[in-house]
Design a protein around this ligand. Sequence first.
Ligand code: MSP
Length: 509
Amino acid sequence: MSKNFYITTPIYYPSAKPHMGHAYSSIVSDFFARFKRNDGYSVQFLTGTDEHGLKIQRTAEKNNMKPQDFCDQISKTFENLSKTLNLSNTDFIRTTEQRHIKSVQHLWKILEDQNQIYMSKYEGWYSVSDEAFYQPDEIESKENKHFVISSGSPVEWVEEESFFFKLSEWEKPLLKFYDENPKFILPEGRRNEVISFVKNGLKDLSVSRKTFSWGIKIPSNNDHIIYVWLDALTNYLSALNYPNTKDELYKNFWPADVHIIGKDILRFHAIYWPAFLMAAKLPLPKRVYGHGWILSGDEKMSKSKGNILDPLEIIDVYGLDTLRYYLLKEVSFGNDGNISQEKLESCINSDLANNYGNLCQRVLAFCEKNCGSKIPTNDFINDDLEILKNFENLAYLRDLIDNQNINDYMKFIIDMLFSSNKYFNDQEPWKKKNDKNRLNTIVYTALDLIRKISILLNPVIPDTTLKVLKIFDINDDKLKFEDIDNHKFLESGKNIGKLNILFKKIEND
Ligand code: MSP
């Protein structure tokens, strides 16, 4: 089995500064990337910015800037956000980079060579904010203005000469592919949406624009630029040095294991992208996972509604690991979720401070007093083995991750935190001062539970767990998922480092 893993976030439009929705896609992807890395995989984790198209051109014009200068400025804020979110991305791609332009133009040429592209005229609706063409039945009119029913975005009428991709030819092959690969699109509800859309019939897709210039030129016709989605989707290949298919990165990491995206861009990833790839005779990604939206109150965030949640503000007040924990635990992955101050504070108080923080503090304080801050000896009895054996089913946990089942993974951790605190209470080591052997074993077991849980929590709250694991001399390089089923990992007699308070409880008057 290949031990390589390739995961991507959507590449973000640098039309405004990043918001919580962007942070969400990135944090979720980082969670998977970190788990896989801890599980011994060589991980390629890509994020970046999607810089071409009319939306960016118009926004730059509004700001009296050249599109390239505008993108340079905003793309930097996305790159900075990746650092602030502690993403472990291995690359950050910008679609204005030469490596990408070369790759898109190559793919275009292949599609032309395969007789998949023809010239005609596009007449229809276009939404600049979605950068998408829509059919008449997807549009509604209000007060003489026209909007997309699903996204609410305004549309404009477009009539221009355009190159088309023969998408209609791929209707049957796509349906066959979805059928043979039932987990290509997850969660299942989204897969059903896509299948019924394709079954309704696919029309050929306009893949070039002529009336503006901010994009990648078509090699054989410089009057046209390539449609921004054909441009953007190809980023997943460009970052692996496509078109050099002999390159190690391409050989090791294509096809991608999973594209993490929001449900708003499912059609592009689950229909257009596999169709382009099939037409170019390239392998298809293994999975597209469409997550829900992070709502502000009950509504989608938007500039016009003025309800944008700024991840930086939340991180400033509550800290990064709190935000990461919240998004991974509180949002049911695949569905919409929201952020409220009340729920954030309850996460800190009940889960992070009371459950994880408290387990670490009380066990370490007891160990310092009674075992001289050294790893004690162990002589397990049934009570200890019973709780430890919960961590032996690695296949179960791996399977949760491979099915993007974040919520059951988090549930497992929280159950284990409760059970571990309960174990320490029930065993009452403070009453075993006359039975040093038993006292030592209880402390050893509790320390090992802290180690195991910290390894599982590492992809969720990397900073905090590394502080905890450091007391056992386990740093990032030594941290291995597979070590959680080894109940004798900790070496008796070794010193244990010091640990400061991990999470302060929030007291509201
Ligand atoms: N540039 C395209 C993606 C190209 S991928 C080849 C794009 N960019 S975007 O900046 O508008 O949004 C990218 C992603 O951000 C969405 O798919 C989604 O993953 C995330 N989100 C944007 N708003 C969101 C929420 N309110 N909630 C959760 N995620 C959302 O589309």
